[in-house]
Design a protein around this ligand. Structure first.
Ligand code: NA7
Length: 590
């Protein structure tokens, strides 16, 4: 194959390898682990990442206030005990800079960085039926082939900027929260407008309000938000986690959310307790460093509308207590969807922000935005002026990162066309007609409703076994069928129907993107159930995984033991890591 590498070259270019066994797209936490683990197969691996550094979501979403909504001791890799023992998370809910430092550290400590070509976006994926290989093209002119492609492209990666009339006419600075400039934005003395009050808006609003001269918040849907009570991690809590990490990680495997939420009560209904007891339980959950444990106070909050409404009303009472202006408080009270059916937000002083004299809340549900103007925006009720516009308007979630990649399968069919009525696949991994293309956290997997780092580890470990099995038996191709896709689609739908999730116009359902089919895209049955389904069928994988094109010359006679170690225990590359990891990092900025 000719060398068509598109990167800048010096005068005597080294020939670049263009044929790989596995290409991994994305160097977030899933892609990095895939590159690390799959090394153990002794294959030729290549990673592509659009960002200039690792971290995925935590590389791109660097807006002020960005913070994970799962506790740091849980939201971290489990595959290396030394890493989890030595790493010291400063805060209960890590801010973006800490997560980026961690991602950089892992990339260096385990020698993953060298496998990744950064600053390179894959913009075409084409399967060649004759050779059973994927052709991978990038925006920098690379053309490589691979037997397998792992799409670790993220559930929340494809930015959504609403198609407002006049958007290009805006004369000030504008930003989308998921493409925030590394150098930051100076809000001092500025009038700022923010569109969007999802998890992102709710995090960025309190921070910008403190810096800006004036902040106007354009709210289409009021959301439920719980105080995160974020705080520094105290040594006793940290010691308990580290002493019991093995046990806690094991417990996570048998939970739906791949997380242990201490104190979660899945045995108690809202109606099992008296009004006074319930109030006391919710009050304790509200006041504690709770996060999602709030919804874990009772087992039926996500499934029973009456139970949900009782808890929702508790939150509305809190909003009315916190926000001094009754009209503003009422506008902030969520009334369009049950609690938790849009992503429950965790905040640091969100509702309190609306007591500031420099913050105005504008209802763009009753008076929608009609256009962006050179000096601000216009709604059906009037004009608003500002110098800086922030779009906190979310993502073409779950499917956007795949459909925007221009993927064509075995029969020349485009993924975008195949998914025109909503995404279909088998077990969240494989799309019929797109052989050897595996998605991590794909639509139809628990993805965003499970703890994404550990569930990515388990998905990759499982893929490792599938690929090893194929190599051992000389199989070149794995595919699935539309019948198997339909059966999984029905299971995903049934799981959602057993909850209240579909009562909200959420991005889980594609409702945030005009014209996107309304299909519930997250498997709410839980990671534990998916895990069990994946492990039915033994080494060959579950029924529905169709192994094809057997080449007996390519049967692997011995377990792979190539670059990086054995199949089951790839060795971390420790070169380049210096001393204790506590506080040490190669990341810029620390
Ligand atoms: P979200 O949750 O999709 O929130 C986007 C926000 O932008 C939400 O309030 C939307 O209102 C609003 N929006 C979107 N389009 C418009 C238009 N055209 N006019 C007015 N308002 C609009 O994205 P986030 O980034 O906050 O969070 C995504 C996930 O990241 C989050 O769930 C966590 O898992 C992390 P709407 O609610 O659609 O009425």
């Amino acid at each position: 194959m000719t060398v068509t590498q598109g990167l800048p070259r010096d005068s005597s270019p080294e020939p670049q390898e263009t044929d790989f066994d596995i290409v991994v797209i994305g160097a977030g936490f899933s892609g990095m682990y895939a590159l690390y683990k799959l090394r153990g197969l002794g294959l030729r691996l290549k990673g592509f990442e659009a960002g200039d550094g690792p971290g995925g979501t935590w590389y791109w979403n660097r807006y002020p206030g960005a913070r994970v909504d799962i506790e740091s001791m849980i939201y971290s890799y489990s595959f290396d005990d030394t890493l989890q023992q030595e790493w010291a998370w400063p805060e209960h809910f890590s801010p973006q800079p800490d997560l980026e430092v961690y991602a950089n550290h892992v990339a260096d400590w385990f020698g993953i960085r060298d496998q990744i070509q950064f600053g390179t976006r894959v913009n075409r994926l084409r399967f060649d039926d004759a050779t059973s290989r994927w052709h991978v093209s990038t925006d920098r002119g690379d053309e490589v082939t691979a037997r397998f492609v792992i799409a670790a492209t993220g559930s929340l990666n494809a930015t959504n900027i609403p198609d407002f009339k006049g958007a290009e006419s805006f004369g000030g600075q504008w930003y989308h929260t998921s493409k925030w400039p590394k150098e930051g934005v100076d809000f001092a003395g500025q009038r700022v407008g923010i569109i969007g009050t999802g998890s992102t808006g709710i995090q960025v609003i309190p921070v910008v309000a403190k810096e800006a001269a004036h902040l106007t918040v354009f709210q289409r849907t009021a959301n439920f938000s719980i105080p995160s009570r974020n705080r520094p991690i105290d040594p006793v809590y940290e010691r308990d986690w580290k002493q019991n990490y093995g046990k806690y990680r094991e417990m996570m495997k048998s939970t739906a959310s791949a997380a242990v939420l201490m104190g979660q009560r899945m045995d108690r209904s809202v109606f099992d307790v008296s009004d006074e007891e319930r109030e006391e339980i919710l009050e304790r959950a509200w006041e504690s460093c709770s996060g999602f444990k709030f919804t874990g106070s009772f087992k039926d909050i996500r499934t029973n509308i009456e139970a949900n409404e009782i808890v929702a009303e508790f939150v509305r009472r809190k909003i009315r207590q916190i926000v001094k202006d009754p009209a503003v408080a009422e506008l902030l009270c969520p009334k369009t969807h049950p609690l938790g059916t849009k992503r429950l937000c965790l905040d640091s002083g969100y509702y309190e922000t609306f007591n500031r004299p420099n913050v105005t809340l504008v209802n763009v549900r009753s008076n929608p935005i009609t256009e962006i103007t050179p000096t601000g925006l216009r709604t059906t009720a009037g004009e608003h002026e500002f110098d800086i516009l922030i779009y906190a308007t979310g993502f073409d979630a779950m499917t956007g990162s795949m459909t925007r990649m221009n993927v064509t399968g075995a029969d020349g069919r485009r993924l975008e066309d195949k998914w025109v009525n909503g995404p279909t696949n088998y077990l969240g991994f494989l799309v019929a007609g797109f052989p050897n293309l595996f998605m991590i956290h794909g639509p139809g997997s628990p993805s965003v409703l499970a703890q994404m780092i550990m569930s990515a580890e388990w998905q990759v470990d499982w893929l490792y076994d599938r690929i090893a099995h194929m190599l051992d038996r000389g199989y070149q191709r794995v595919d699935t069928t539309e019948q198997w896709e339909d059966s999984w689609g029905r299971e995903v739908e049934a799981a959602a129907n057993a909850t209240l999730y579909k009562r909200a116009d959420s991005w889980y359902l594609g409702a945030n993107i005009p014209g996107k089919p309304r299909v519930f895209m997250v498997y709410v049955g839980g990671f534990d159930k998916l895990h069990a389904a994946l492990h039915r069928g033994g080494a060959a994988g579950p029924r529905g995984f169709r192994l094809r094109v057997r080449d007996s010359r390519k049967v692997r006679s011995a377990p792979a033991c190539g670059r990086g170690g054995t199949p089951s225990t790839p060795r971390p590359c420790r070169a380049g890591a210096a001393g204790s990891r506590r506080g040490s990092s190669s990341s810029p900025g620390r």
